[in-house]
Ligand binder design. Structure first.
Ligand code: 23J
Ligand code: MN
Length: 257
């Protein structure tokens, strides 16, 4: 039995800190741009219903319009063809939304090369230093990319050849899918795959492998530099959209101060 009253007391006295890993959601929040022959996701938009006015004298509220995959969001297994018969976002068990976090940091490599892709050797080096990635963990991939998160052009880092943002090699995606029991992977970029992943073999290996293995993706995280390498607990809270392939989500980390 876990010490939940101890945790509750630690939350109240601040000895366990809650760190928000979520990017703010507004009309300027960066979205993924796919090649123009494909359908495109929508930006986040608020539509005013009333603001203490004739439409509602004592209340302010909005409707909103958004893509499922806009801003900090969750990729459910059915998002990809490899997971098409697996859970939609409403079916993902709540027990599998919370877990220990491990942080793999490649900020230095990404600063030198924005197309840097985490490889199996990087994961094995991390495991040699820190122990095996625990069952039920969120693997958080720290790249420093969130520093561009308020500037959509810098965040996409696109040229004539497409976007240049970090990701995983196909071999690393396969390793995480098949050789680990992680819940999924969280990243600082617009998607879990590298900007150049359309040209990988297979294309979009992280989506292909993780979704096919009933694992999850979480994107556009911030504040990963505030987490310990191991020891945090991460809570990912997507909306239970029936038949949804994902959802904008709040991502919170509990950290011992
Ligand atoms: C659809 C196609 C390709 C990609 C994505 C979506 C995402 O990154 C996403 O948000 O799931 S790469
Ligand atoms: Mn997505």
């Amino acid at each position: 039995m876990a010490d939940l009253s101890g945790l509750a007391a630690a939350l109240v006295d601040g000895s366990v800190e809650v760190i928000d890993l979520t990017s703010p959601l507004h009309s300027g929040t960066p979205i993924l741009g796919l090649p123009p022959e494909f359908g495109q996701t929508a930006t986040f938009q608020l539509e005013l219903i009333s603001e203490y006015d004739e439409k509602g004298p004592a209340w302010y509220w909005n409707n909103f319009h958004t893509g499922e995959h806009t801003g900090t969001h969750f990729d459910a297994p059915n998002h990809w063809i490899t997971g098409k018969d697996l859970d939609d976002v409403s079916q993902v068990p709540a027990q599998r939304l919370i877990g220990p976090a491990v942080v793999i940091d490649t900020t230095a490599q990404v600063a030198a090369n924005p197309d840097f892709c985490l490889d199996v050797s990087d994961i094995k080096e991390w495991e040699a230093a820190n122990g095996a990635i625990p069952k039920g963990a969120w693997l958080l991939y720290r790249t420093g990319w969130s520093k561009y998160g308020d500037d959509p052009a810098a965040y996409a880092n696109a040229d004539a050849n497409g976007p240049h943002t970090p990701g995983l090699t196909p071999a690393a995606a396969r390793y995480l899918a098949e050789e680990t029991e992680i819940l999924g992977m969280g990243v600082e970029t617009v998607g879990t795959d590298a900007g150049g992943a359309f040209g990988f073999d297979p294309p979009f290996p992280c989506h292909t492998m993780l979704m096919g293995a009933n694992k999850y993706g979480v994107t556009q995280l911030r504040n990963l530099h505030r987490l310990p390498v191991t020891g945090a607990v991460v809570i990912v809270a997507p909306l239970p959209i029936v038949k949804g392939s994902g959802s904008p989500c709040r991502v919170l980390a509990l950290v011992n101060k």
